[in-house]
Design a protein around this ligand. Structure first.
Ligand SMILES: [Zn+2]
Length: 236
């Protein structure tokens, strides 16, 4: 098993990690650390995989949401809600985001110890879920200058081909055309929102890992039927 960690979170008593697809119990094509019950894998495998994740990050609890490509954000309460963003102030709760090309983005208020996690595909990005999470933090008492942001593995601007119907929803700055094909830069579109919401550019880090290119990760575009990776953030 492996994971990529954004070590900047450690000095503020938090952990931000993105697991790769290895080290779980699911058979192909979900091999092997799949965390989604809606892709065709057995629920018992997913539960075992989540337990492996929980033990690895030393969490008391893995908090998941039922991701629906919205801009809904909820505060962790022990239940699974339809949402694409989750927030908590509780230590020991790993806020997990399932991803296979969409962008997992983690938030930490380094002064107040608030954390948040979002799932941003093109729909969530279009609905400005990143900016909405910053607003959520501000309502809880955050100064945006204190918020650290980690942009996890996702399909990159060279691989994420889209059609006109999606392209027309985004500013030209985030669209690239090449050989008659159109591509969307999910990372830059979210960074732009975050900066407009008051986040400091130097507090935003894109790990620059492309799920489509990097075979350590599940990629829906590349593999079609496949598992979902998990990434998340936790207060230690
Ligand atoms: Zn790529």
């Amino acid at each position: 098993m492996g994971f990529v960690e954004d070590l900047r979170f450690r000095e503020f008593g938090a952990k931000c990690v993105y697991f790769d697809r290895f080290g779980g119990v699911s058979p192909p094509p979900f091999d092997s650390l799949n965390v989604s019950t809606t892709v065709g894998d057995k629920k018992e495998n997913v539960l075992k995989n989540l337990e492996i994740v929980r033990e690895t990050v030393k969490a008391d609890k893995i908090a998941l949401i039922n991701q629906i490509h919205s801009n809904t954000i909820v505060e962790y309460d022990g239940k699974i809600h339809d949402a694409d963003g989750i927030f908590t102030v509780k230590a020991g709760v790993f806020l997990g985001i399932k991803f296979a090309d969409c962008t997992p983005i983690m938030f930490l208020d380094t002064k107040n110890g608030f954390i948040g996690a979002i799932h941003a595909g093109w729909r969530g990005t279009y609905l400005k879920i990143s900016a909405k999470m910053v607003e959520f933090f501000i309502k809880k008492g955050s100064n945006p200058k204190d918020i650290l942001i980690s942009i996890g593995p996702h399909i990159c601007k060279n691989c994420y081909e889209i059609k006109d119907d999606v392209a027309e929803k985004f500013d030209d700055r985030f669209i690239k055309e090449s050989n008659g094909r159109i591509y969307l830069d999910l990372s830059e579109a979210n960074i732009d929102q975050l900066i407009n919401a008051g986040i400091s550019k130097e507090n935003i880090k894109d790990l620059s890992i492309c799920t489509f290119e990097d075979k350590r990760f599940f990629s829906y575009r590349r593999d079609k039927t496949c598992g979902r990776n998990i990434g998340g953030v936790m207060l230690i």
